[in-house]
Design a protein around this ligand. Structure first.
Ligand code: SF4
Length: 273
């Protein structure tokens, strides 16, 4: 479980003393070896499968470059987060174990999910995504600052093409291939009605996975575009795509809240048809 730390000193000296040790830092959740608890996961075959998968994911070290990077970032930290103990591991999926929608992102951000241990938590992309999910009725609150902030999702599970933060947000093709089996197993356990790909890399990762499973012949008919929607061969989930809510896209208004909200409305309509 996450813990709260504050500072103390054996010698009871002044607050600025360099001998002070972390005991419980107020307002800062600190990641530990225990997986971040997702929404209620008790009682079903799929939930126990998700718990086992989560344990496997968070101990994965298959990609040496990413292992080195995620741990280095967690050691060095960003100045603004120097009081945090970074998660510094692969980030498991998060959300409703009975989800009808699986959202596939790219990868954890170095100082976002790699710090907080929860997908899209603690960075600008997450601020954008969770606000939109909240407005569309898929989340109980619009913000996501740390793993113990009370956020729960309804009908939505958030996953990623790659579970470890990559340098410059650019995973290598072999790293995407290494990580794809986790997404495949997650989708098998959740059996969603909709997959929403955030960006072209997430879309291609999902389509390549279907190709390897011989569920589609080629990804050529499924070209990435914001707002694209594809009927895949039955019984595969319906596929939607949007631009990734990265700061680069949202700050340049390539992706606006209205554009993202429209895609979520389309998905809602599809589920209620
Ligand atoms: S990116 Fe995926 S496969 Fe590679 S080390 Fe991280 S969890 Fe393992």
């Amino acid at each position: 479980m996450a813990a709260r730390l504050e500072w103390y000193c054996d010698r009871a000296c002044s607050p600025g003393c360099v001998k002070m040790k972390p005991k419980a830092r107020s307002n800062v959740e600190v990641a530990t070896a225990t997986p971040v608890p997702p929404n209620d996961r008790t009682g079903s075959e799929s939930t126990s499968g998700l718990i086992n998968l989560e344990k496997e994911i968070i101990s994965c070290r298959k990609c040496p470059r990413l292992v080195e990077y995620r741990e280095e970032v967690a050691r060095v930290k960003r100045r603004a987060y120097r009081d945090w103990t970074y998660w510094g591991r692969p980030v498991p999926g998060f959300g409703d174990p009975k989800a009808k929608i699986v959202i596939v992102g790219l990868a954890p951000a170095a100082h976002g999910a790699n710090r907080t241990g929860r997908m899209f938590t603690g960075d600008r992309s997450g601020d954008f995504l969770y606000e939109q999910l909240y407005r569309a009725g898929f989340a109980n609150q619009p913000n996501s600052s740390h793993a113990g902030d009370g956020l729960t999702l309804r009908d939505v599970w958030i996953s990623a093409a790659v579970r470890c933060a990559p340098p410059e947000n650019k995973p290598l093709p072999e790293e995407i291939r290494n990580c794809a089996p986790y997404l495949e197993r997650e989708l098998g356990l959740l059996n969603p009605q909709v997959v929403l790909a955030l960006g072209a890399i997430a879309l291609h990762t999902y389509l390549d996975l279907l190709k390897r499973q011989r569920l589609i012949v080629s990804r050529t008919p499924y070209k990435f575009a914001h707002g694209a929607s594809f009927q895949l061969p039955s019984p595969l989930p319906h596929l939607f795509a949007t631009y990734h809510p990265s700061q680069q896209n949202t700050q340049t208004v390539r992706l606006t809240p209205e554009m993202f909200a429209k895609v979520l409305r389309e998905i809602r309509k599809f589920l209620e048809r």
